[in-house]
Each structure stands twice: as structure tokens, then as C-alpha cells.
Design a protein around this ligand. Structure first.
Ligand SMILES: Cc1ncc(COP(=O)(O)O)c(C=O)c1O
Length: 387
């Protein structure tokens, strides 16, 4: 069976062994900046096929390439290109689709620095972005201009977990001659394969679930040979935000357990989301896996499972909720997510006064996570009874 036809579980754990390395069970880390040649002719041949050959590690490196092939196979893309961070991948993917004078449509709940790149950085190149409620295809359509060249999606988003209808977005983008990019970090290719729905480029913060151990910052773009070829030649090689071979090796190691980690994350997320829904002071649980969630039926259509980053809203004052978050013991307070450890952050919903607590459910025992939350919620109960 061709390697790319294997299931995700097998793809992640089955290495093709390289005869040159004495059957070493893991791939070696090619920790070299350049590659040398026996003859000038060989060197010249490598230069001719610069994007595909091993000449210099800013262009290609065998360890990074193994990771790129693995991610491309998982996402069902033709090729992938890794970067030094999720933001390096996101900014490079966006830059590869637009020119000065173009217009972009982006979902208004996209990751903050992505929004900042679009709304503040790109304006100096006369590239302007309209931010829309991504849950409404009508809003997306209404925002289109004659020069719209990109629709940027993040589904689900990473604070309120809102979805976009990917098939509808892709079909509209094709109608107006625009490209589509999606940030797929939350669902991972285990639970969502946007290229199969016609999206042009998938981006990931590999920092999150894909590496899975909170020890690497990295990113990737996946898509067709043609689009990745152009990104290789331009944004990857010229801007130079490349992934190091050491980090590629760490990500390959983390990815061996991606499928089983995602199964456990999903299982725990359901337990915690159901538990949160029962709490009287919680007004809303933002988790598309819950049947009560407005995005649930769309989620069932375009995803095969759910990540474990979720949030809840309450009408209680921000300061009281802050005390509750401070009293959590298993949840550390910190940005990012996707590692083994549970995390919590406190936000204000759309700059209003409504507190939103974002919880990342790690790999701890879900019963112990619930016990920790129950103890912390006592702060709210006490406050309510005092009030
Ligand atoms: C949804 C999402 N996309 C992209 C990024 C950026 O990734 P990185 O921090 O690897 O640059 C993040 C980081 O938190 C994120 O949460």
C-alpha cells in the first residue's frame, strides 16, 4: 500500500527507513548549514533545481523535509513547507496570495497577531482587509470588492470557537477569483481536512497540538505543488523564517502520538464541557462539540472530532472571576495551548465587560480537572451568597 494511503494513525507512526543510516529507528537530525559536492557539475545541477535540491539549509534540509512530507500526507495536500513559527507561516501564506492594491476578507475572531498583520502591517503596502462575522456567509459575500484576492479563515476560532461554512466560503471565493487560507491549528488534520473541501492553503501553529509538548515554536503551510513552489522560492527562501532541523525532529517525535493525544483531549473536553454546562452561574459554554452549541451541526458536517480548547462566559463581575481563575491549581495561567498541561486565561468578550474564561484541557485525569474546577467555583458560590 502506498504510504499516503495509510490511515492517520499509521501515517504518524510508520517511518520509511533510510538505508544510509544503518536502520536507525528514528530519523537522524541533519545538523548542517550547507551541503557539499564532488564536482562543479554536481553543484551546478543542484543550483538549477534550487527549490528541490540540498544546497543550503535555508532552502532544504532532510530532517525538515521528512516532517513536511508527513504533514502534507496527513492534510491530504501535495506539499508542505515548515517555518520558524505559526506567525511566520501565516504571514508568508498571506503574502503569497496578494499584491499591492489588493483587498482581503478575514473573520473578525481570527488570532490577534494575524488580525494585526492584516489591519496594521499590510496597509503600508496598500493592502486592505475587511473583518467580518465569519459565521455569516452573507456578511462574507457583502464584504467582497472587485479587488478581493483572499478570504482568510480560522475555523473554529480560538476564543469563542465560532465556525465558518468552509464549502460555502470556498465556492464563493472561486466565484470571485480569490484564494482561501485556513488556520487549522484547533482541529488539527486528525479532525479536519480543509484541503479536501477545496481550501487552497492550510496553515498551522505547530507550536500547539501538532508538536504537543510545549517545547517548540513552529509553523507550516500545506497546499498544492504549484502554490508551495512559489512560497518556497519567495516567502520561504527570501524572508528566511525557516524551521531548524532540531525543532523538526522534536515535532516529528511529538507527532507520533498526535492521533491518540487528540482522542484523549476530545474525550476530556466533552467531560469538562458537559460539567461546565451544568453550572448555574455559567451563561454560555463555547465548545462546538455540545449539541446546544449554535455551530454543532456545521461542526458535524465538516469536522470529525473536537479539540480541547474551550471557553465559558458568566454574568459575574470580572474581578470575581479573576479570583476564581487565580485559585485553580491544575490549570496554570498562560498563553498558547496544545501541550500536555491544562491552562487558563481570562478575557473580556469583544472588549465588553462580559468575562470569558478560556480553558485548555490537557492530558491530566479529567476527574481531577473537574475537582479542581469545582474547588475554584466555590469562590463564585461564596461571592454570590455574600452578594
Ligand atoms: C489559532 C492560532 N494561530 C496561530 C498562532 C500563532 O502561532 P505561533 O505562536 O506558533 O507563531 C497561535 C498562537 O497562539 C494561535 O493560537
Amino acid at each position: 500500500m502506498a504510504i499516503n494511503n495509510f490511515s492517520d494513525h499509521t501515517l504518524l507512526t510508520h517511518d520509511q527507513h533510510d538505508d544510509k543510516h544503518q536502520g536507525a529507528v528514528t530519523h537522524p537530525i541533519y545538523q548542517n548549514s550547507l551541503f557539499t559536492f564532488d564536482t562543479v557539475e554536481d553543484y551546478e545541477k543542484a543550483r538549477e533545481t534550487l527549490v528541490d535540491s540540498y544546497l543550503y539549509t535555508r532552502g532544504n534540509n532532510p530532517t525538515v523535509k521528512i516532517l513536511e512530507e508527513r504533514i502534507a500526507a496527513l492534510e491530504k495536500g501535495e506539499q508542505a513547507r515548515c517555518f520558524a513559527s505559526g506567525m511566520a507561516a501565516i504571514s508568508s501564506a498571506i503574502l503569497s496570495t496578494v499584491q499591492s492594491g489588493d483587498h482581503i476578507i478575514c473573520v473578525d475572531q481570527a488570532y490577534g497577531p494575524t488580525r494585526e498583520f492584516l489591519s496594521e502591517y499590510l496597509t503600508k503596502f496598500n493592502i486592505h482587509t475587511s473583518f467580518v462575522d465569519g459565521s455569516s456567509i452573507e456578511e462574507i459575500k457583502d464584504a467582497a470588492q472587485h479587488n478581493t484576492k483572499l478570504i482568510y479563515l480560522e475555523s473554529p476560532t480560538s476564543l469563542l470557537f465560532e465556525l465558518q461554512d468552509l464549502t460555502a466560503c470556498v465556492s464563493f471565493a472561486k466565484e470571485i477569483g480569490a484564494k482561501t487560507i485556513i488556520d487549522n491549528s484547533w482541529a488539527t488534520p486528525i479532525f479536519q481536512k480543509p484541503l479536501l473541501m477545496g481550501v487552497d492553503l492550510v496553515v498551522h501553529s505547530l507550536t500547539k497540538y501538532m508538536s504537543g509538548h510545549s517545547d517548540v515554536v513552529a509553523g507550516v503551510i500545506v497546499g498544492s505543488k504549484e502554490l508551495i513552489y512559489s512560497i518556497n522560492k519567495n516567502e520561504h527562501l527570501l524572508l528566511g523564517g525557516i524551521l531548524s532541523p532540531q525543532n523538526a525532529s522534536l515535532i516529528l517525535r511529538g507527532m507520533r502520538t498526535l492521533a491518540i493525544r487528540m482522542e484523549q483531549h476530545q474525550k476530556s473536553a466533552f467531560e469538562i464541557a458537559n460539567f461546565l454546562e451544568e453550572q448555574p452561574f455559567i451563561t454560555k459554554v463555547n465548545f462546538p462539540g455540545l449539541p446546544s452549541n449554535p455551530f454543532h451541526s456545521l461542526a458535524k458536517k465538516q469536522m470529525s472530532g473536537f479539540g480541547s480548547l474551550l471557553s465559558f462566559e458568566t454574568a459575574l463581575p470580572y474581578e470575581v472571576v479573576r479570583e476564581m481563575v487565580n485559585s485553580l491549581r491544575l490549570f496554570r495561567i498562560g498563553v498558547s495551548w496544545g501541550g500536555y498541561e491544562s491552562l487558563a486565561t481570562l478575557h473580556r468578550k469583544n472588549d465588553s465587560n462580559t468575562p470569558v474564561v478560556r480553558l485548555y484541557i490537557g492530558l491530566e485525569n479529567p476527574e481531577e480537572i473537574k475537582a479542581d474546577l469545582t474547588a475554584a467555583f466555590q469562590v463564585l458560590v461564596q461571592e454570590q451568597s455574600l452578594g
